[in-house]
Ligand binder design. Structure first.
Ligand code: FAD
Length: 408
């Protein structure tokens, strides 16, 4: 049989090592950080110390090639590492595999020139700088990047950029941004209007207006005003008009990386749900003995199982160089929704305790909500998935390839 659902022994050992690292190094720090909420110096010092420890444990930069100091893992192996690391919110930061830097590293690896890689990718991989990815604008639907209004106009050897962005994660304190702006007036296709640029930060003309306050609090999702920002010609990333292509290429694996982290979070929620059900007594029996609670546990278990299979299969397709767009879309949609449902059920089983901040569930629920619309809204993924299924049927008189092209 060619289908083997086990990891090679070295990847399994790595997965367990990440679990041990999170338990021994990250969790204790996480508790201290929570106790000193708002103390940014302590937060940064803690992340630095966790990163030193990650290097000592041999867990630094799992997703990048060895020549950049990484571990050179493929996407399937990354699924194992990320799901374990994300059982603490700080796990991915400790490993230097957090959004948006992780996605930016992949983008630079594949699109940057050698000079750009040395100047921007290497320090990002070394963990000495942070970056951000600036695409979404308040005035137009982020789901449709052909509407982007931020404009870049060539003036001699520099591009002059004007525009407005928001929800730019990690923008405050970032050393550079990958910025998407409109450069083409009459592109052959609407998707060829935008170009990507690397912007050194801070820069005159790049103003952080505010850290947008979200339902989960302040998390450095910045609103940015761009006024006559000058970007050297050499800082174009990829070709003219390739900004949309670059965004799509970046978002595919980046979406799956989110899914891997969400699996870790969903597993924590299910563990907590079962633990509470085994310890809470009401109306003559434990909650775990009640059918209504068992249904919630069963539904969550099945959904997490499906989430894992979908993520592993999409990662497998990326590793093999197969077309992965549909599988990543389906995984992104499914895992985002499963995560929200599983956390919600876990809160339900905990009652008032679940609503309190005494367990991580309430904060997890606030964070999980954006999963259903950021990096591709549910409905946009459903639209694309349906399109591919209809196309498959029109082409083959069968929808088989649209369901993962599995040998069934
Ligand atoms: C926590 C967080 C971090 C983020 N980080 C970044 C970042 O670092 N960089 C960045 O550039 N952006 C970032 N974003 C923005 C994110 O990418 C956008 O929210 C996303 O692309 C959706 O765009 P929008 O918010 O403008 O919603 P819109 O595009 O206005 O969509 C709103 C809703 O309309 C519906 N909709 C849209 N299109 C369709 C359709 N075709 N059919 C049916 N319904 C549809 C969906 O329900 C969707 O949720 C972040 C957002 C959040 C919440």
């Amino acid at each position: 049989m060619a289908i083997d659902f086990s990891f090679p022994p070295e990847i399994d050992a790595l997965r367990l090592k990440v679990r041990e690292f999170v338990a021994a190094v990250v969790r204790p720090r996480e508790a201290q950080i929570a106790a000193r909420e708002g103390d940014r110096r302590f937060l940064i010092q803690s992340i630095i110390e966790m990163r030193v420890a990650a290097r000592e444990w041999g867990l630094w930069l799992p997703h990048m090639p060895k020549e950049y100091g990484g571990m050179g893992l493929g996407h399937v192996a990354m699924a194992a590492v990320s799901a374990e690391a994300a059982k603490s919110g700080f796990g991915p930061y400790a490993l230097n595999a957090q959004a948006p830097d992780e996605g930016n590293m992949h983008t630079l690896l594949h699109w940057a020139t050698d000079e750009q890689k040395e100047k921007y990718l290497r320090p990002l991989c070394d963990g000495v700088v942070r970056s951000c990815f600036a695409m979404t604008e308040p005035e137009v639907a982020g789901s449709d990047p052909t509407l982007i209004q931020t404009r870049a106009v060539l003036d001699g050897d520099e591009w002059v950029v004007n525009g407005h962005k928001w929800f730019i994660s990690g923008a405050s304190g970032a050393k550079f941004a990958i910025l998407i702006a409109r450069t083409e007036d009459r592109p052959e296709i609407p998707q060829a209007a935008n170009t990507a640029f690397i912007v050194d930060l801070p820069a005159p003309g790049w103003t952080v207006v505010r850290d947008v306050l979200t339902m989960a609090g302040h998390h450095n999702h910045a609103e940015i005003r761009i006024e006559n920002l000058r970007v050297p010609r050499a800082n174009m990333l990829g070709g003219r008009g390739q900004g949309h292509l670059l965004g799509q290429a970046r978002l595919g694996p980046a979406r799956l990386a989110h899914c891997m982290r969400w699996i870790g979070q969903a597993e924590i929620a299910l563990d907590l749900m079962v633990d509470r059900a085994l310890n809470r007594f009401a109306h003559g029996s434990l909650l775990a003995d009640k059918q209504g609670i068992q249904w919630m546990i069963a539904d969550s278990t099945m959904e997490l199982y499906q989430a894992k299979l979908m993520v592993l299969h999409a990662a497998y397709r990326i590793d093999r160089g197969d077309d992965f767009r549909s599988e990543v879309s389906m995984a992104k949609h499914f895992v985002a929704n499963a995560l929200n449902r599983i956390i919600d059920r876990a809160i339900q089983v905990h009652g008032a305790l679940g609503y309190s901040l005494d367990t991580p569930l309430a904060r997890m629920a606030q964070q999980a909500r954006w999963a259903r619309f950021a990096d591709g809204a549910d409905e946009v993924h459903q639209w694309r998935i349906a399109q591919r299924t209809i196309d498959a049927y029109k082409r083959d008189r069968s929808t088989r390839v649209a369901t993962g092209n599995l040998p069934l």
